[in-house]
Write a protein that binds this ligand. Structure first.
Ligand code: DHB
Ligand code: FE
Length: 280
């Protein structure tokens, strides 16, 4: 049977992509940030997942404001990356597992999550930056991927509670797939940031740190917050943090922390990374 080997949550700030392209990893601005990913890379080398289920938000590349599903799963055997306007280098395509995707889609619909299914899907920085952070040192991507897009861009967006429930449904979907596959689930986005308006530049370190602790040991704290409460604390784009709850929902109630790291600012954002495993 397929099983979840653990979960990773990480920010997906486009500036990280430019820093990698320019080889700035060891410069004073970037070093501490990139050092925070070394233990994650080691953990991934250790657990050797076959599949990365990547929960992220599209930022206008595959879905634009005129046409945004609340939840959408990629059901393709290949996903291409494109530059959606941040000047990012286009990375190699990703191999998918359409059969597994369709199983997840069927299971979610049975569990009353009526998602969109995409047999073609371009993946943007919300997906690609985390992949590059983990695996750019390898000659090719070592996992097959399943992209799962959550709308955090065009309101109304799903609630934190719904995202947490989605994670639990994804867990059931994965656990019921008969193939022996090791799955790592990613939740990307966050942490606090607001890129526009009067509060542009907002970073809320206290809230970010509380959020990290909540995702580890008290997901209810974040799950019960309304979208407005999250935006008030984390900023209009900081609401991307709801995707961390999808990852958390897919794990057991009790988890162990393999790694946690927080660094700010990166671009306009509080940058965090977590690796969690089921405690048992
Ligand atoms: C930034 C962060 C994001 O999550 C994003 O999607 C775009 C930009 C930033 O801080 O620059
Ligand atoms: Fe983003």
């Amino acid at each position: 049977m397929a099983r979840i080997v653990g979960g990773v949550t990480t920010s997906h700030i486009p500036a990280i992509g430019n820093a990698m392209t320019e080889g700035l990893e060891n410069t004073p601005y970037w070093k501490r940030f990139f050092d925070g990913y070394e233990p994650v890379k080691r953990w991934l080398e250790d657990v050797k997942p076959d599949i990365a289920l990547v929960v992220y938000n599209d930022h206008g590349l595959n879905f634009f404001l005129n046409n945004i599903p609340t939840f959408a799963i990629g059901c393709a055997d290949r996903y291409d990356n494109a530059d959606e306007g941040w000047g990012l280098k286009t990375l190699a395509s990703f191999e998918g597992d359409a059969q597994f995707s369709w199983h997840i889609a069927e299971s979610l619909v049975e569990q009353h999550f009526d998602i969109a299914t995409c047999q073609e899907m371009l993946v943007d920085h919300g997906f690609v930056i985390p992949m590059a952070l983990m695996w750019r040192h390898l000659p090719k991507w070592p996992v097959k991927v399943i992209p799962f897009a959550v709308n955090t861009v065009q309101h109304p967006i799903p609630t934190a509670r719904r995202c947490y429930q989605l994670g639990k449904a994804l867990r059931k979907a994965i656990d019921s797939y008969p193939e022996d596959l090791k799955v790592v689930i990613f939740g990307t986005g966050g942490m606090s940031h607001q890129l526009q308006g009067e509060r542009a530049g907002l970073i809320n370190v206290d809230y970010d740190l509380k959020t990290m602790e909540s995702v580890i040991s008290d997901p209810e704290w974040l799950a019960r917050q309304t979208t407005s409460e999250i935006i008030e604390n984390a900023g209009t784009e900081g609401v991307e943090i709801i995707m961390w709850l999808v990852m958390r929902g897919a794990l057991d109630d009790q988890v162990k922390v393999v790694h946690k790291h927080y660094h700010t600012p990166i671009s306009n954002t509080g940058a965090g990374v977590l690796v969690l495993q089921n405690a048992a």
